[in-house]
Design a protein around this ligand. Sequence first.
Ligand SMILES: [Zn+2]
Ligand SMILES: [Zn+2]
Length: 390
Amino acid sequence: MSGHAWLMWDEAVTGYDFGPDHPMDPVRLSLTRGLVRACGLDAAVDVVAAPSAGDSTLRLVHHQDYVDAVRRASLDPRGAEPAYGLGTVDDPAFAGMHEASALIAGQSVGAAEAVWRGECAHAVNFAGGLHHAMPGAASGFCVYNDAALAVARLLELGAERVAYVDVDVHHGDGVQAAFWEDPRVLTVSLHEHPRTLFPQTGWPEETGAGAGEGSAVNVALPAGTGDEGWLRAFHAVVPELLADFRPQALVTQHGADTHFEDPLAHLAVSLDAQRAVQASCHDLAHEYVDGGRWIALGGGGYAVVDVVPRCWTHLVGIAAHAPVDPESLVPAEWRDEVYARTRQLGPGRMTDGRKPGWEPWEAGYDPADRLDQAVLATRKAVFPLRGLLA
Ligand SMILES: [Zn+2]
Ligand SMILES: [Zn+2]
């Protein structure tokens, strides 16, 4: 095994572009790539471009008639079919949509293959994490579900237990749906409560079905949850599940839209807490996952200058075993690039200046506290199904 983590990157992923009025501006990907480079991390990773996902790979999760519909919309955006979620406000069709989406999916699948085969212990695809795409429809800015495809490819390669942990502010509904009845895949999603946010799913009572009963875990956090609550919830649920499940590979989704500056959601998490969760996912991979196999993906994040590039640069640094010091200054040449591309001033430091801690669940909880009620609802709904104490 090479000592380096893999950073999956092909410049053409920036072709995933729903147009100038859409919040998912691909500049967030190019600025992240630029900040990774400016922070010197290229020396600590292998930068690899994997091939696009072909139809046989896409079919691990998606229906062929949907893939065909994406291809038609890609050639003729005006003919996009809303029955497949295409040509909608969230997922407007664009020329080259199939190619850009399949390329992003290919990066996550390639990351999964490399980690499974031991070519690297960790791989990052920050262009991925498109967790809302359904087997037969686009949804929530997501066309092909690269996260689910990475998991499905691991199963195809022989994995018997794969854990998926999703800390995007939105519920990881597409990945949950793909493995709803599959006990080989444990999906865990921490997100803002469905009462106040798209996609209005991710209730604690959603726990899987059939042989997969107990394999879906949902933590629905009250709007306004900040660093301490977010970290407390993560640590009250995720480590215990992974310690018990002992996955052979861990796939994590690191949507940056939990941040207090994010315009599309209502949690109040800082960059520093996001970084702390990234580091915890890395630690958990080494502690509970065979070979430390870890595939880390991006996701949502619509504060495209202030938040997303710093968040995912930290993720790359952590996966590369070359963590970026939060106190360090943002490199001036990157701030120049930001100004040239966006006419905005980039952030000055790699931190929001927080040093978040949390009260461990084991120390006790308050049944009158809304955050604790959310954690308790999750533990009560699913822990007994897994033979764990609620
Ligand atoms: Zn999101
Ligand atoms: Zn490591």
